[in-house]
Design a protein around this ligand. Structure first.
Ligand SMILES: [Fe+2]
Length: 310
């Protein structure tokens, strides 16, 4: 298919923060949407093409082997924004995961619950082709090229599901607390701990292998600058992961990460999620240290009344 037919005639574009289709979906209160492929403009495909081409050599150098295998298994087209249906045709038979198109932010409980069901909430918009390094919010390159290749790996996919199950446990723990104030304080702390764990593993995790440290965190895998910086820079502190540290460590999202943690393997990561569950049950997540990330109202409410968030 050539690029002219790939970009629909009169396509309005699905550009981050500038997509009328997404605005309409949000105005109608839709969270789960379809991917209107004909809406992608030539500029959108150009952005994908440029992002993919410049990342490829960096993935080969810095990404962990599971990711590289995943990129191959998904048969992503380097020249066009991927169709989610095509991605799922390759992904689903491997681990049961599916990329599921969403219109925007997914409240925390709902997000984790999707993981539990092997659905991955996926942004369908893409950053501007003339601002490849500016990312006001996650886009399809981050989600499909950064996250989804990892979901082809069974041990990693099982870890995500296991992690998603913890949200269910957290909501259950919350519902068992009678005092309203106490309930909010504890849930906020538990959500913060979960968000930190997710950040320092799924988004920004490193893995130690026979060739040294490699990247498996999707925030790093989708960043042209940071994937190199996180491995090469003397300004980054890299430590073996410690659960008690991670859940109490604040993070900031607007600059390269100064502190990263490595795991030995995905089995190791899975065992950490087991440990996180035990700690949640024991109340060890009830009073983690303050600071980022802030837990917003919507995230908190999503845990209080899980069914209320669509
Ligand atoms: Fe992400």
């Amino acid at each position: 298919m050539n690029m002219n037919t790939a970009a629909g005639k009169g396509a309005r574009g699905l550009t981050t923060t500038e997509a009328p289709f997404i605005e309409d979906a949000k105005a109608q209160g839709q969270l789960y949407i379809h991917q209107p492929y004909e809406e992608y403009s030539e500029q959108n495909h150009e952005a994908w093409r440029k992002l993919f081409a410049r990342m490829l050599p960096r993935w080969e150098k810095y990404a962990n082997p599971h990711f590289l295998k995943g990129i191959e298994s998904l048969c992503l087209n380097p020249n066009q924004v991927p169709r989610l249906d095509d991605v799922n045709n390759f992904l689903n038979p491997l681990t049961g995961f599916r990329a599921k198109a969403v219109a925007g932010y997914v409240p925390a409980y709902k997000f984790f619950d999707c993981l539990r069901n092997r659905d991955f909430p996926t942004t369908i918009t893409i950053r501007r082709a003339d601002q490849l390094d500016y990312l006001p919010e996650p886009d399809i390159f981050h989600d499909i090229a950064g996250h989804v290749p990892m979901h082809t790996d069974k041990a990693f996919a099982d870890t995500l599901v296991r992690f998603g199950e913890l949200a269910y446990l957290a909501a259950e723990i919350g519902s068992g607390i009678k005092d309203e104030h106490e309930k909010l304080v504890r849930l906020e702390s538990i959500i913060k701990a979960m968000a930190r764990f997710f950040w320092f593993t799924i988004e920004f995790g490193l893995m130690k292998g026979k060739d040294g440290l490699k990247v498996y965190g999707s925030g790093l895998l989708s960043s042209y600058g940071e994937i190199e910086h996180c491995i090469e820079s003397p300004n980054v502190q890299r430590y073996p992961i410690q659960l008690e540290w991670v859940i109490n460590q604040y993070f900031e999202i607007d600059h390269y990460q100064p502190l990263l943690f490595w795991v030995d393997s995905f089995d190791h990561l899975f065992s950490l999620v087991d440990e996180l569950e035990a700690w949640m049950k024991d109340g060890r997540l009830n009073n983690v240290s303050g600071g980022e990330p802030a837990v917003n109202e919507e995230d908190l409410r999503s845990f209080l009344v899980p069914g209320s968030v669509n």
